[in-house]
Design a protein around this ligand. Sequence first.
Ligand code: TXA
Ligand code: MG
Length: 362
Amino acid sequence: MTLMSLCGKIMGGMDTKVISINEDNIDIRLMEEAGDIIRSGGLVAFPTETVYGLGGDALNPMSSRKIYAAKGRPSDNPLIVHVADMESVESIVTSVPDKARVLADKFWPGPLTIIMNKSDKVPYETTGGLDTVAIRMPVHKTALAFIRASGGYIAAPSANLSGRPSPTAVRYVKEDMSGRIEMIIDGGDVPIGLESTIIDLSGDVPMLLRPGFITLRMLEDAIGHVETDPTIMSGDCKERPKAPGMKYRHYAPKGDLVIVDGARDAVIDHINAHASEEAGSGGKVGIIATDETEDLYRTGTVKSVGHRQDESMIAHRLYTILREFDDEGVTKIFSESFDSDGMGQAIMNRLLKAAGHQVIKV
Ligand code: TXA
Ligand code: MG
């Protein structure tokens, strides 16, 4: 028994089997084993193109309850139902809106979640009591094979403990889920690293609830005007986010994170001054920089998220850096700010949530 599974056993009580799957040469026998666990009401973590998911049978209310328990997540926070084909979608909604068909044609399989009105087939345990259901068809081959082997409907939140960054690599899934679930499918690092874009098409006006790799512009090019949930970028608690999960202080690192926004040199000066003050009073400082600026900081552990222009790389690195700072015991994190255009909107949305909306303008 490995140390990890021993710890898991002591803390969670369950033996978690880890299997490795190569996307380009999927072992059908192992997939069937994973599928059997789901059919008998168990939980399996699996890779997708966005982040690792914590899967259970979406049509089994007991499975959804187990997902909430394993994550330590409030049960009013609905789960995304993952499917592998359009026929599966038809039977869990009252009807597929025209705009959903257009988006599905264009972006599925892929990192887009569409909310529609649910049919009776989907239990309220899965939708957190809502009459709508969030649906996503991932493009990751292992995810698709796993969904098919499991009967076609996998409810899956990100495979992290509630309040921690979503896992982009299997080591973080093991850290959070060992001992709590039956199986983890190791599919290597995920390609995108931020959760899917969520659009609500259950009402009259399309509404963006969570920005992601599929940007607002891409959505509007396909279906025309899309409203944006105003709480995506604001820390104003008077407004209630339309995606229940977005109201929680998500993606929170253990250290206190502050975003510093302004002209480049002013940001660097501010961070340098406050980082040395913080370190002087015994704090352990981490700085989220870019390739262009990382050499200009003088205190603490400096990590670059990548070139400022390379938004895919920044998205991919962000959660890993937050987890690394946790592991290193960092108590205070300063981060540069990012543009809120294109995929930058998703990056800033996650960073703002991680920071509890603490932004210093310089
Ligand atoms: O990329 C992803 O979407 C990943 C992978 C595993 O597919 N999943 C993921 O799930 O990020 P989760 O549970 O961490 O985030 C789902 C979000 C939550 O904020 C939840 O409140 C919202 O989707 N949501 C789910 N169903 C909804 C519904 N019917 N109406 C409004 N918001 C909904
Ligand atoms: Mg999540």
